[in-house]
Design a protein around this ligand. Structure first.
Ligand code: HEC
Ligand code: HEC
Length: 464
């Protein structure tokens, strides 16, 4: 029996052959494609599944990949140090290594096992816009809270999170509980921040498949832009500053599509998160009143702390991480869940299929049919998920649809299930239940579905 036939029988069973639902579910009845990243897919279900390189790299590219990997994983140290090329940490920083927040190329939990903040960082800004159209940094603290600093330099301040349980019920009466976070920063070491300070807590997302997302032509992304339809779902692009091109371009990367390219995000992470300056962002992040910070030794002399070859190697590494293939493509429950994912309206934002164009850093990224489950566009997700902090054209309640490829392997790779931009959801079901705003109808379709349909949907997401 063919897979289509199996699925057809299953849908009949699931829907009691009811007209409308069966017709719309049939739209996904084609056999699923296990190659989520096209030719850039890797079939790996182990804890290493986010860390494979795409196939077909030249010797030079393979060298860049492993060099990039080593820099991504290394701990930076205070300058001056005898270890050449790894000094220049801080003076202010969030972590010593990229992999602290993107553990195993995935996502670190918001907290470490000892309870301290781990993958969570706090973007800061005050009302108004910077000259480049981006968030307006606090004049003293800049655009990000750094809770660590090298010796003799005061850190910015100390963030705290408290969670309150908020109970809810599924349509069938089953209880659930969501943990609502409250964020608070104290111990400001350089005086009070400006009035109206806005805080956006964010965890580091996984970094798989970025070369593919970057290779989706702009026209394909913009083709999905639309005003609110009958379900209340719209889709809008972000436009952000490209520091290399010195102009405003389409945003694709980050929780609010607030970065244009992986390479720029990489340079921004080095300077912002670890305090490592490079040619794109040559000045550090000490502001004018941070005396000890300004006078601290810098690393890398006479070059930048981050040499261009290292920056580009890490950027290439980020763009050439393969996407793990979809699993359980013959599992009837997962296939039922896939149909429900469409019927519930999840696919209005989590688009199952996009295509890459001819412009990419490696051949296997070019002209691929891919299944990232994102439209790379912004959606208003309602007040409960809002951070209240605009980011270029994204409002305080808009977020970029998160790609869902690889989500089923998060537990295997990173040993936790914390989801959403600030890691507040303790698993996929909670992540869905937090959806509001444009996604409220889809959330209600899930919440009001019976337990067997809900679990089929989760089974589908686990197969990605
Ligand atoms: C303190 C934690 C932290 C550290 C350290 C860190 N990141 Fe991140 N990373 C984040 C957060 C948070 C985001 C989301 C940023 C946003 O939305 O503004 C992110 C986003 C990214 C993205 C975009 C992913 C996507 O799908 O949108 C890339 C690429 C990335 N980081 C690379 C790096 C590199 C390279 C380094 C080391 C130089 C690094 N990161 C260090 C927390 C971190
Ligand atoms: C209106 C657009 C929209 C719809 C409809 C929608 N989502 Fe989302 N989804 C998003 C956005 C935007 C985020 C990121 C929100 C955040 O992190 O605060 C997200 C995040 C998620 C996440 C967490 C991903 C992660 O890695 O943190 C999951 C899981 C998810 N959605 C599943 C679903 C499912 C299942 C449905 C259907 C019941 C659905 N979504 C419907 C836009 C949408």
């Amino acid at each position: 029996m063919t897979r289509c036939a199996v699925l057809a029988i299953l849908l009949l069973a699931a829907n009691g052959c009811s007209g409308g639902a069966a017709t719309s579910d049939a739209a996904v009845a084609a056999p699923p494609d296990p190659k989520s990243g096209g030719a850039a897919t890797v079939l790996d279900v182990t804890a290493n599944s986010y860390s494979n390189s795409i196939a077909g790299l030249s010797d030079e590219q393979a060298g860049d990949f492993s060099f990039g990997h080593s820099i991504f994983s290394q701990n930076w140290v205070t300058a001056p140090a005898t270890t050449s090329g790894t000094d220049g940490l801080g003076p202010l920083y969030n972590a010593r290594a990229c992999s602290t927040c993107h553990s195993q190329d995935g996502r670190s939990p918001p907290f470490s096992s000892s309870g301290g903040l781990l993958g969570l960082l706090f973007r800061l800004s005050i009302p108004g816009r910077a000259d480049n159209g981006g968030p307006n940094p606090d004049p003293v603290y800049g655009d990000q809270l750094r809770q660590f600093a090298i010796l003799k330099v005061p850190a910015d301040g100390t963030p705290h999170v408290a969670y309150a349980e908020t109970p809810g019920k599924y349509g069938d009466g089953t209880d659930f509980s969501l943990q609502t976070p409250t964020y608070n920063i104290d111990g400001w070491n350089y005086g009070k921040p400006s009035a109206g300070l806005m805080i956006s807590p964010r965890t580091g997302p996984s970094v798989i498949g970025l070369g593919l997302l970057e290779a989706v032509p702009e026209e394909e992304i913009l083709a999905h832009v639309h005003p609110p339809d009958a379900d209340g779902v719209s889709g809008v692009p972000n436009h952000v500053w490209d520091a290399a091109l010195q102009k405003t371009v389409l945003g694709r990367i980050g929780w609010k599509a607030n970065q244009p390219t992986t390479l720029q995000q990489t340079a921004a992470a080095f300077v912002g998160d670890i305090g490592i300056t490079g040619s794109l962002f040559p000045t550090g992040t000490c502001t004018s009143t941070m005396t000890a910070c300004l006078h601290a030794a810098s690393g890398g002399d006479p070059d930048f702390e981050l040499t261009d070859d290292r920056w580009k190697a890490v950027g290439f590494y980020m763009k050439s991480l393969a996407v793990p293939g979809r699993r359980d493509i013959d599992d009837p429950r997962a296939l039922q869940g896939e149909a429900l994912f469409q019927r519930f309206g999840c696919t209005s934002c989590h688009l199952p299929t996009l295509h890459t164009g001819a412009d990419a850093v490696a051949d296997v990224l070019k002209n691929q049919t891919i299944h990232p489950y994102t439209d790379l566009l912004l959606h208003d997700m309602g007040p409960d998920l809002a951070d209240g902090r605009p980011d270029f054209e994204a409002t305080g309640s808009q977020w970029r649809t998160t790609p869902l490829w690889g989500i089923g392997l998060l537990q295997t790779v990173n040993h936790h299930a914390f989801l959403l931009h600030d890691g507040r959801a303790r698993g996929v079901a909670e992540a869905i239940l937090w959806h509001g705003g444009e996604a409220a109808t889809a959330r209600e379709n899930f919440r009001l579905a019976d337990a067997s349909e809900r679990s089929a949907l989760l089974k589908f997401l686990e197969s990605l």
